[in-house]
Design a protein around this ligand. Structure first.
Ligand code: ATP
Length: 244
């Protein structure tokens, strides 16, 4: 039985090419339920391609994905229902309030009325955004906009949360804050998290760490173990040859 069966995520022998370019080459890893897994890779490593496959924006005949025990290719709707996604590009409607953005998303999932409001309250509360529900998304800073998107991704109660470089463009304080919030979601709610990044300072020593480079998995372990007695940044740069 795979780890995904218990609410985790399983990726097995996944490959994908864009024409002659191999973006992912036999990628396999598993994330246990409630674990925070950092998917670390330099630009062009294949992180966005992997996210596109996980969310079915792109499909491939090579390999298998299981979300909370549900096979994505065979049961796409059921698998996607278990998944919350925060894409790299912001997707809030800036002319709506925070709460209206969330309500709209709840409606897409067939939720309305009291049930929707209760879930929106809970999601905003979790992200320390309870006071901001009435504000226009446009008036929020980048960090609060991202937190709104994370709250939105929780409304349908997914078991697996995917975030594709969610801190791009944020200042250091907002980055640290969001990184901590999402770690808390894993440890407090048992949410399985896959967090794509190219920034080693967002990875905690206790995190699961998958290092992706040129479409291949170079390391798959606990971050502290991958780093050993050296700073993770040094180990990552040595592995990938990326510029600091
Ligand atoms: N639509 C596409 N058509 C052709 N090649 C693509 C396409 N999307 C990605 N690639 C190529 O696939 C490889 C992996 O790209 P991908 O965007 O998945 O990497 P990434 O790790 O997300 O990098 P970044 O952080 O820059 O987004 C790269 O060589 C990229 O040029």
């Amino acid at each position: 039985m795979t780890q995904a069966a218990g609410g985790g995520l399983s990726v097995r022998h996944l490959s994908h090419s864009f024409g002659p370019r191999r973006a992912l080459d036999d990628v396999s890893f598993e994330v246990a339920q409630g674990a925070f897994c950092a998917l670390l890779g330099p630009n062009g490593a294949g992180k966005s391609t992997l996210f596109a496959l996980l969310t079915r924006l792109v499909t491939t005949p090579q390999g298998e994905i299981e979300v909370a025990g549900v096979n994505l290719a065979r049961h796409p709707r059921a698998a996607l229902a278990q998944m919350g996604v925060v894409f790299q590009q912001p997707t809030l409607d800036l002319d709506l309030t925070v709460r209206r953005n969330l309500r709209y998303f709840a409606a897409l999932h067939g939720l309305s009325g009291r049930e929707a409001e209760a879930r929106i309250d809970a999601a905003l509360e979790r992200l320390d955004m309870a006071e901001r529900g009435g504000e226009l998304a446009r008036s929020l800073n980048g960090g609060h906009r991202r937190r709104t998107e994370i709250a939105r991704a929780l409304i349908h109660r997914p078991r697996v949360l995917l975030l594709d470089e969610p801190t791009v463009g944020l200042d250091a304080a907002s980055r640290a804050n969001i990184t901590r919030h999402v770690h808390d979601l894993a440890s407090d709610m048992g949410l399985t998290v896959l967090w794509a990044t190219h920034l080693t300072d967002e990875v905690w020593a206790t995190d699961r760490l998958v290092i992706l480079h040129r479409g291949r998995v170079l390391a798959d372990s606990v971050a502290g173990r991958v780093a050993g007695d050296r700073p993770l940044t040094e180990v990552f740069l040595a592995m990938t040859g990326a510029e600091a």
